[in-house]
Design a protein around this ligand. Sequence first.
Ligand code: LLP
Length: 413
Amino acid sequence: MNHFDYKAETLHCEEVSIKDIAAQVGTPFYLYSKATLSRHFQAFDGSFSVPHITCFATKACSNIAILNLFGSMGGGADIVSGGELFRALQAGIDPKKIVYSGVGKTRDELRYGLESGILMFNVESEQELEALQEVAAALGVQAPVSFRVNPDVDPKTHAYISTGLAKNKFGVPIHEALTVYKRAAAMANINVVGVSCHIGSQLTEVAPFVESLAKVKNFIGRLKEAGCTVKYLDLGGGLGITYNEEEPPAPKEYAKALEDELGALGCTLILEPGRVIVGNAGILVTSVLYTKQGGKKFTIVDAGMNDLARPSLYDAFHAILPVEDRGQGLEKGDVVGPICETGDFLARDKEVPVSRPNDLLAVMSAGAYGFTMSSNYNSRPRVPEILVDGDRFHIIRRRETLDMLIAGEMIPK
Ligand code: LLP
C-alpha cells in the first residue's frame, strides 16, 4: 500500500497535489511519502517476533532525512562505504545498530568503522580479515566480526543482483568458512560475533531465503561445536516488491518463513531490507518536453538514465502515470530522456500515457535505487528530493546548480 492516489483527476502524494509541487520546485524531482515510508518500515520491522534489528540498506535510498526517519523508529543501517557510514551517523543512527557489508572495504574505511564503534563488520575475505586485524591492532581495539558466507543458493532474480551463487564475488564459500572462523578466533584484535548472508535483491519467493537459512543454520551448528560465539545472525535484505505483476511474499509471510526455519537458534537477527521499504514509497516526476513519431512514438521527457538508471541498466519496468488524468488514454511507444544514447529510456515499447508538451508524468516505484544511482552524466545537475508529510512538503535535497557541476575541478596553470 502506498500514498500516491488520484484526487479529482490529479495525482497526489498524501494530501499534496504533485502538480503544485512541480510548479514550485520545477522538474524533474524525486518525491517520497513519509506515511508510506513509515508504514513500510513498521510493517517489516513489526513482522518479526524474535529479537532483531532492522538495519535499513542505505544504498537503496540514502538521504539523511529518510535515514533519520527510520532511526527514529528504532532502525539501524546496513552500510557499504565510508560515505554511507558518514550519512548514517549524520542522520543520527545509533552506531551500535550499524553493520558494514561489502567486498572491498579500504583500510581507511575499516578505521572509520572502528573509530565510530559500529556493531559489526561483515567480512568477505581472509585478506580483508587480515587488514581489519592490522587496523584494529594499530588503534588498540577489538573489531567485531561476522563473516558473510556464500551459501551457493539461486535467488532467481536478475543476474546483476544475484549475490549468493558460488560464481558471484560475494562472501566466503560456506564450505571453507569454518577454517576462516577458526583463524579469526585466534587473532588478538578480532572478536567473532556472528554470521551473515545476503543472496540477492528483488526476490519474489521465500524458498531461496529459507534454503539459504537452512544452510547457514547448519553451519552455525558446526561453528558452535568449534567453540565460536554466534550472537548475531544477519540475513541480509532482498525481499522484492511489485513493479508490475510480481507477487512477492508480504513481510509477514517472509518473517514467518524465516522464524519457522530459525527455530530456537538464540541469535539476535539482523535484517537489511532496502527496496521493500522504500521502493514503492518514492516516484520520479518528470515533464514532457516534446513528442515525435519516428519509427515509433517517442515521448521525450526532462529526466533521463542519469536520473533513473534502472530501466537502462536492468531493463527494469517502472509504471508511468499521467499526473493529470484527463482521459488521454494510452499508446504504445517509448518514454525517453535527453541523454545522447539509445539506451536512455524510462519505458521501451510499453503502453504509456498519450502526452503533449508540458504534461507531467510520474515514474512509479522509483524510491529504491533511484536517486542513489543517479549521476551527472551529460553534465546534468542531480535532481532534488522532496518529502511529503500529510499536507506539507519539504525539500530534503536541493537541486544541484551548474556551479556544483564543476566544483572541485581545476585547469592546471
Ligand atoms: N544487504 C546487502 C549486503 C546488499 O548487497 C543489498 C543490496 C541489500 C542488503 C539490500 O537489498 P534489497 O532489500 O534492497 O533487495 N541497484 C539494484 C539493486 C542492487 C542491490 C544491491 N545489494 C536495483 O536497482 O535493482
